[in-house]
Design a protein around this ligand. Structure first.
Ligand code: HEM
Length: 218
């Protein structure tokens, strides 16, 4: 991931005065998801993915030597309680779901983050300084690792604040009501299916919880 980020920034951001953030981060997050989950390097997955599936089908399922380090490998090698392999169609649905769930959320968050940083130069400066501190602690070519990220408290809080202010998705989910409850003037009975929508819950913007506008302005 470190080398992918370096390559992406060096080739597609650094040489230019302007960058179109959304399409660039989309390309990057999709490529990272592809790499992590199906061992793919490129953003264009469809024909290549089919090829990989066929290869795994041949190698993995026949002699058990498939690369099980990524999600696709694990799914191809996994079997149900009767010892049967998971159906290809179910594997494809799972992979497509996780590629989307992981890439568009991160892409949207990164784009909003860059926008917030542009709006708040003093926050940008602090994030930049924190990045410089980490960069200074590294030898040339040394990789950025999880432990570095954990040290970057200000940058992490800036991402969290971005998530709070700008929900990265319009989606939500269904929940089954396990007990009767009242919401405003509505009685919601046990057994109903209710749907929450992330960007409309408003809890993260509620003035009762947050009585300040944005940590970025302090
Ligand atoms: C800013 C980033 C992300 C946000 C805001 C986000 C948000 C969400 C939300 C709201 C749900 C529904 C949870 C629920 O119904 O209880 C969800 C589910 C899920 N997300 Fe994410 N997600 C993010 C990143 C990711 C990433 C990076 C991955 C994969 C590595 C991922 C994989 C999934 C999966 C597999 C589910 C379904 C979980 C289940 O049904 O048990 N998400 N995500």
């Amino acid at each position: 991931m470190d080398s992918m980020a370096r390559e992406h920034l060096d080739n597609l951001w650094a040489p230019f005065n302007e960058a179109r953030v959304y399409p660039l981060t989309k390309e990057f997050t999709f490529a990272v998801s592809g790499r992590l989950f199906i061992g793919q390097h490129s953003g264009s997955l469809s024909p290549e993915r089919r090829k990989i599936e066929m290869e795994y089908d041949h190698i993995g399922r026949n002699d058990g030597e498939a690369n099980c380090q990524d999600l696709l490998g694990r799914l191809l090698m996994a079997s149900d309680e009767d010892g049967k392999f998971i159906k290809e169609k179910d594997i494809a649905i799972t992979i497509a779901g996780i590629l989307l769930a992981s890439s568009y959320t991160t892409n949207n968050t990164t784009t909003s983050l860059v926008s917030h940083l542009a709006d708040h130069p003093h926050v940008y400066e602090k994030v930049y300084q924190e990045h410089l501190e980490i960069a200074k602690s590294k030898r040339t070519g040394e990789r950025f690792i999880w432990a570095d990220l954990q040290k970057m408290k200000y940058s992490w809080n800036t991402v969290c604040e971005t998530l709070r202010l700008t929900a990265p998705g319009q989606g939500g989910g269904f929940r089954e009501v396990i007990d009767d409850f009242k919401f405003e003037s509505f009685n919601i009975p046990r057994g109903w299916k209710v749907r929450y929508i992330v960007c409309q819950t408003g809890a993260h913007l509620g003035s009762l919880i947050y009585n300040f506008l944005c940590c970025a302005r302090h």
